[in-house]
Design a protein around this ligand. Structure first.
Ligand code: NAD
Ligand code: ZN
Length: 360
């Protein structure tokens, strides 16, 4: 048995208002006056002076606003890298991602592609990255995906939706300032928060579970119950706890895997562009058979927060459409093996998977 030797985020700052210390964090990392910091910022903050006025710009530093309406694409990463190379005098001192999973994943991918030849799609997979990435910093503004701690950046390429999983992917620095999450709309708060909850269930119920993953998964699970079901948290406590739940949920899957909801949600994302958080919720709502207790609690949380999930998103799909989703989903072998064991192919046949999608 050979065990995996995973890197972790080496530096993290936690606390309300810690975003104000960004200049102190970045300044020692500036290589020289020609090597700028590039800030990739969710365009939801474009006219938000409260946040943007605190981004410490000097020399040729630049903010690039990016929409999170669609999940990151390999072609988008390639365009950003080309733009940065063409407009900077020297390789940047660092890439700083400010936003949700979409912006965090873009920041990770761009920092990798600035030091590695070819196109982003060439690196979708496991351990294909050869050179260390440019220094990169992650600043989440919504909590749940665990993208701030994970060893992957999930990208949709021409052939697949798959992460660049490598030792060079994790951030060099993360800033956890829960104040940045204060204006997240309620529905989105729920969908992205449930991504964390589903990470816990899939990790804790999976066959890959071990004491490392369990210790993080149980903590994140308890925090999710507190945040989404108890009534006695203040807003600030709730935001801080969700930030830490996301972190622990991400750590939990680092040493195990996700399961059925993620495998199926990847199919929806690939064919229909359904975003990760809401896609996971739509799928998980129908998975009583696999996660009875987890789904029961999920439905309680959904009811408590008056969340109405879209129905019938697969109602008008053709057989060819179903085949595409099934192929993408069944391609995620480790997720199925974690969820259903070594015999998973006998349990999750294409027919069975189709019947599940038809419920959604
Ligand atoms: P997101 O980044 O797509 O953002 C969702 C919405 O919330 C967007 O409209 C965004 O503009 C808005 N938003 C973000 N912060 C806000 C704020 N403070 N105030 C108001 N609005 C705000 O959402 P997400 O769920 O965090 O990320 C989903 C992405 O993360 C997917 O692309 C998925 O593949 C990826 N993901 C990555 C990992 C990983 O380990 N790398 C894990 C899970 C998911
Ligand atoms: Zn997820």
């Amino acid at each position: 048995m050979s065990y995996k030797n995973f890197p972790m985020v080496p530096r993290v700052i936690f606390g309300r208002g810690s975003f104000n210390q960004l200049n102190d964090i970045l300044e020692p990392k500036r290589l020289n006056s020609k090597a700028p910091f590039i800030f990739l910022v969710d365009d939801v903050f474009k006219n938000n002076a409260w946040l943007t006025s605190r981004i410490p710009l000097a020399y040729g530093d630049r903010i690039i606003y990016i929409s999170a309406a669609e999940e990151p694409k390999t072609s988008q990463v390639d365009e950003l890298v080309e733009d940065i190379i063409l407009t900077t005098k020297e390789r940047p001192s660092g890439i700083v991602g400010i936003g949700g999973g979409t912006l965090l994943d873009l920041a990770k991918a761009v920092s990798i592609m600035l030091t590695n030849e070819g196109e982003a799609k060439d690196y979708q997979g496991w351990d294909l990255v050869k050179n260390e990435a440019v220094y990169h910093v992650g600043i989440p503004t919504i909590s749940g995906t665990g993208a701030e701690v994970s060893r992957t950046t999930v990208l949709t390429g021409p052939e697949k939706k798959l992460g660049i999983n490598s030792d060079y992917t994790p951030f060099d620095q993360v800033v956890l300032d829960s104040e940045l999450t204060q204006d997240v709309p309620k529905e989105q708060w729920f969908y992205t928060g449930m991504d964390c909850y589903i990470h816990c269930i899939e990790s804790l119920e999976g066959s890959y579970l071990n004491a490392f993953s369990q210790s993080y998964g149980e903590k994140a699970f308890d925090l999710c119950k507190e945040i989404f079901l108890d009534n006695n948290l203040s807003e600030v406590e709730s935001q801080e706890k969700l930030m830490m739940a996301s972190w622990h949920g991400g750590m939990s899957i680092a040493y195990s895997q996700v399961g059925v909801a993620h495998a199926m949600s990847y199919g929806l994302a690939y064919l229909l562009g359904t975003k990760h958080g809401i896609g996971n919720c739509i799928v998980f709502d129908h998975l009583e058979e696999f996660y009875p207790e987890g789904v029961k609690l999920f439905k309680e949380m959904k009811a408590k927060h008056n969340i109405e999930l879209p129905q019938g998103i697969c109602a008008n799909l053709t057989d060819a459409d179903f085949d595409i989703m099934i192929k993408v989903s069944l391609g995620m072998a480790p997720l199925w093996e974690n969820a259903l064991g070594k015999n998973w192919k006998n349990i999750m046949t294409p027919e069975k998977l189709k019947s599940l999608y038809q419920k959604m």
